[in-house]
Write a protein that binds this ligand. Sequence first.
Ligand code: MG
Ligand code: ZN
Length: 219
Amino acid sequence: MKIVAAENLLRANDKLAAGNRQRLHAAGVFTINVVGSPGAGKTTLLEALFARLRAQLRPAVIEGDLAGSIDAERLERLGVPVVQINTAGACHLDASMIATALEQLDLGQVDLLVIENVGNLVCTAGFDLGEDLRLVVLSTSEGDDKAVKYPAIFQSAAALVLAKMDLLPHTNFQPARIAADYCRLRPEGQVFETAALEGRGIERLAEWLLARRAQAAGS
Ligand code: MG
Ligand code: ZN
């Protein structure tokens, strides 16, 4: 019985996510869902990305956290419109939360919507939010075995962003190992090596996102 309830929950979520996607596409908004563990470097990556992309397009953020608004405040400081969702204990965002958050954004003024999910590599994988693509962020301090241990989230992500590459010399992390595991799960997936605090790797990621957005707009 419990399994049926979970399936129904996910089906209901998929329906709401499809509605979000339709609404975002109608407004010409390209949406990415950024997932990763707590502390992977998601917000720092976004700060660097927005600094690079803001001249070309108008970003907005939906920020998911269990509590507080520390990350939202960081991104607001860049002048980016941010809607904070506090999940009050829930360990992932779902499509209904996004539908509610979209009410608070002027979508006509947004080209790129970034959803920073709750830090979690597990159940974020099962919840479509209505995004165009998923980015999974993994830092060098987390270990290169994570694609083997959490395959669902890696399989669902169009790109793997390796964060904190500047710390690599202090770890036994092997970028080639995680890249190989990820590409087995997602053969067409892209891998980006970044060190956001130094601005390293941000240009390549930004160019790829712009290309994916152009592709989505043209299709
Ligand atoms: Mg964050
Ligand atoms: Zn969860």
